[in-house]
Structures are given as structure tokens and as C-alpha cells.
Design a protein around this ligand. Structure first.
Ligand SMILES: [Zn+2]
Length: 477
């Protein structure tokens, strides 16, 4: 009997991996095995340790990977899968492939750095500590990627074909409609990956790429994310608040440091700042973008103007690429990054990592956190235990390596920047379905978030909905 098995993002928000096995046999491989997403487990150690386990079916027997988007919790385990013996095609949209060619090698580099760090400190129970995969392995797996256009039907085998539809989450992101033919019957399954903000009202201004998932779906089986299954995002326009924070800091003679994820969040923020400057709502202070990966991502974004919102498109039409905007400085090299330290007049510094766990933003904060004229502005989620969360929570000081730095700068957080639909938006999207799926499984959520969304769907829509368990198998017969 064919089955679907949840190999990740079940009981947690990371490690997305859903295996379709078209013929379950104890006598070795028969039929087709396809993995939808191949994400890295991140966060608590209990989950990260699963990155070191093998897949329940041998990696070499998996025939193909179908990828929804370029976030590491959806694509970051691909180099490891390849190391374990996978050699099939990895299907993704072209923008996703471009972004993966930046984020996967960077992830390999970080894995190597981490192993080196543990070996120097002798802080791992493994001797020597090894990287999950290397930069070279991450680069090598890129040759397996094959582009598939939105809405084009791609056949993987006589029994399985699929189609990408828009998820509106980040550049290139898609949901996967899988068509499974057996016994003369074809059934449709929908895997949402991550779902972007659904435009209930003019929310999330400053979006660069299109907003929201395609509507009017009709799958028999739905596998859906539930990251914000228990939350409602603030819906008010972020621009007045953002302008006030920046203006106040500039009047104090301070600078604004914005820790931001390099892909999508940084681009979104830059477009918003440009819009505010050109509307004269904030002054034209210099903006430094200090993250090599963010710079590469801007270049990739500019290749895909057709995915932009009208606002982003008209900004580009008027002022060109962010790389050419006057007063916007991109620091590719280490020397350029160091030069920002000498800037004493008010400026905006956008740098990664978004949760202050590493990267060049560390140096900017070490230098500027102790001056009360300065401003730290968070525009993304801060996971518990990260420096970002410590600073955001109002702590008096924070540790960088062996140095305790006092926090005297002003600290603010804007929550409107999320790239995930909230509960109301998810329900609104589900109501556009042509008919209820026979079964809905919730994945990609912390247990409380998934449980709340399950409750909301079953009470509002009356659908048959379950929360997926890790390694649970669902028959597809
Ligand atoms: Zn995502």
C-alpha cells in the first residue's frame, strides 16, 4: 500500500521532509519514493540531533526531491541526503534554485565552522567533531537541481506528476500539487510548504514579492503548515512606527542597527526604507547593507521582476536596482564592513544574522550597544536563548564571546514583517477551497500552535483535520 510519512516538521517548525512511497513492500524497493522538501532541523538539541539520523528508507532509494522554497528548514538537509547516497533530481523553481546556490554553500561553511569551534574548545562528545556537510558538498549537490516553471505539470513517473503553484511566502516559493495515479484513478494531494501573508486587507506594506497563496484549491489530502496557528499578526501599517523610530534615533544623533535575515527580510526592509525616504517621511541618512549573502540575494531578486508587487516594481522603475540607489552602500568585503565602524554620523546598518547568533551584525552591536543615542531594531522572530532575544527582552547586558557588553541603546521590535500567514489568514485561504479535503494534516508548527489551528479548522469549517506526528505513516491507498 502506498503511504505518506512525516520525516520532519512534525511536532516542530523545522526539518520539513515528507516522504511519498507509492508501494510499500518489505522485499526491498518497489515503486517510487519522493521527498517533498528536505529541511534541516534547527533550534533545540533534541531536534538538531535528528539531522544525524538516516532516513527510514535508504537515501539512495529515494527517486526525487520536490522543493517548496529556499529556507534552510526546507532545503538545508539536501547536501546530507546526497552524502547518504541520494543522486536523483531535485525539482524547484528557478528563483529557488538561485537562492539555494547561495544559502546551501553558506550553510556548509557554517557547519564546518561549528565543527572547527568544537574541536578547538574540545566541547563536543565526538572527537573529532565533524560537520554535517561541508561547503564543497553543498556546492556539489547544486548540480542535481532541475528547474520547473510555475503551473507546468512535471511527470516524475507513470504514477506521479506534480505542479508548482504560488505560495507567496518568499521569492520563488511554491506549494506542490501532487497527482497520484493508481488503479485507474488519479488523486490530488497538496503540500503547502510555508504559506505567505494572505491579503485580507492591505497588510504587510513594503513587500517585495507577490503576496499570498493561489486560491480555490481542491486536494483530497492537504498537508499544511501551522507556524502561526495560534497567533494573529499586527495588521496596522508599519510605516508610521518605523519612520518614528528612525527619526527619533537620527534626532538623538544615533545610528540604527537592524539585525535581519539575509534573504527576503533584508530586501523587504530596504524597499520600505527607500519608499519612506522618497516620501520624505525619514531623512536621507546613509544605509549600509553589511552581509555578503544579502548582497547576492538582492542580485537574485532583481532577476525576477515578474514576481514583484506593483509598489516594488514602480520603485525599481523609478530608481533602478537597490545596488544603484544613492546613499545605499553594500559591504561585500571584510574591509568595507570594518569601515562602517568609523561612521560616527547617523546611519542605518542592516546586517545578518537576524537573531544575532553570528555574522557581521555582532561587531556592529558590540560597538554601538553601549551608546544610548543608538537604536537596535528587530524585524524578525527572536528564538529563545539567542542574543537577539536577550537584547529584545530588556536585559542590561549581553555577552559576545568573552565580552559582556552593556545595553544602553534603545531597543524596538516591529512584528509586521512576518512572511507567514496568521490564523485568520490561513482560515480565510482555506475557505477559498472548492471542497473540503478528505483529510488534512497539520505540520510545521509547535505543538500548541498546531493544536489551536486544528481546533479552529474543525470548529469553523468542520473539516477532518489531524496534527501530524513525527514518523507517522498515512496510507494513500
Ligand atoms: Zn519558509
Amino acid at each position: 500500500m502506498a503511504y505518506l510519512q512525516f520525516l520532519g516538521a512534525a511536532g516542530t517548525v523545522t526539518g520539513s521532509k515528507h516522504l511519498i512511497n507509492t508501494h510499500n513492500s518489505s522485499e526491498g524497493k518497489q515503486g517510487l519514493q519522493v521527498l517533498i522538501d528536505c529541511g534541516l532541523f534547527q533550534g533545540p538539541k533534541e531536534w538538531r540531533e535528528r539531522n544525524w539520523q538516516q532516513t527510514p528508507v535508504p537515501a539512495r532509494e529515494i527517486d526525487a526531491v520536490i522543493l517548496t522554497h529556499a529556507h534552510l528548514d526546507h532545503c538545508g538537509w539536501i547536501p546530507r541526503l546526497v552524502r547518504e547516497g541520494f543522486s536523483g533530481p531535485i525539482y524547484a523553481t528557478q528563483p529557488t534554485i538561485d537562492l539555494c546556490s547561495v544559502v546551501l554553500p553558506d550553510s556548509g561553511h557554517l557547519q564546518e565552522e561549528e565543527a572547527r569551534f568544537h574541536n578547538q574548545k574540545r566541547s563536543s562528545k565526538h572527537d573529532p567533531a565533524l560537520p554535517l556537510y561541508t561547503l564543497e558538498e553543498a556546492e556539489n549537490c547544486l548540480k542535481l537541481f532541475q528547474p520547473v516553471a510555475f503551473a507546468a505539470e512535471k511527470r516524475v513517473s507513470p504514477e506521479i506528476s506534480f505542479r508548482f503553484v504560488h505560495a507567496g511566502h518568499i521569492l520563488g516559493s511554491c506549494m506542490v500539487e501532487v497527482f497520484f495515479s493508481a488503479n485507474g484513478d488519479t488523486r490530488k494531494f497538496l503540500f503547502t510548504g510555508d504559506i505567505g501573508r494572505v491579503p485580507l486587507q492591505p497588510t504587510a506594506p513594503g513587500r517585495v514579492v507577490r503576496l499570498g497563496p493561489d486560491q480555490g484549491e481542491d486536494p483530497e489530502l492537504l498537508v499544511m503548515e501551522s507556524t502561526y496557528g495560534n497567533r494573529v499578526h499586527p495588521h496596522e501599517d508599519v510605516r508610521p512606527q518605523l519612520a518614528k523610530i528612525i527619526n527619533d534615533a537620527v534626532h538623538r544623533g544615533g545610528s540604527i542597527v537592524v539585525p535581519a535575515f539575509a534573504v527576503e527580510r533584508t530586501q523587504k526592509f530596504l524597499f520600505l526604507i527607500k519608499e519612506l525616504m522618497e516620501s520624505n517621511l525619514i531623512s536621507h541618512v546613509p544605509v549600509f547593507i553589511d552581509s555578503p549573502m544579502a548582497i547576492k540575494a538582492v542580485e537574485i531578486f532583481m532577476k525576477y521582476g515578474e514576481e514583484f508587487t506593483d509598489e516594488a516594481r514602480s520603485l525599481v522603475k523609478k530608481y533602478g536596482s537597490p545596488m544603484e540607489w544613492q546613499g545605499f552602500h553594500f559591504a561585500a568585503k571584510q574591509e568595507d564592513s570594518k569601515k562602517i565602524n568609523d561612521v560616527r554620523y547617523p546611519c542605518i546598518i542592516v546586517s545578518s544574522s537576524g537573531m544575532v547568533t553570528g555574522g557581521r551584525v555582532l561587531h556592529h552591536l558590540m560597538l554601538r550597544l553601549s551608546d544610548p543615542r543608538n537604536q537596535v531594531l528587530f524585524i524578525g522572530f527572536q528564538a529563545p536563548g539567542t542574543r537577539g532575544e536577550i537584547i529584545k527582552s530588556g536585559a542590561k547586558s549581553v555577552r559576545f564571546f568573552s565580552q559582556e557588553v552593556p545595553i544602553r541603546a534603545q531597543v524596538a521590535a516591529l512584528e509586521q514583517f512576518s512572511d507567514h500567514a496568521d490564523t485568520a489568514e490561513l482560515l480565510y485561504w482555506l475557505k477559498t477551497f472548492q471542497r473540503p479535503p478528505q483529510n488534512t494534516y497539520l505540520v510545521h508548527g509547535e505543538p500548541q500552535a498546531s493544536a489551536r489551528l486544528q481546533q479552529a479548522i474543525s470548529s469553523t469549517l468542520g473539516w477532518n483535520v489531524k496534527v501530524a506526528n513525527w514518523l507517522e505513516k498515512v496510507p494513500l491507498g
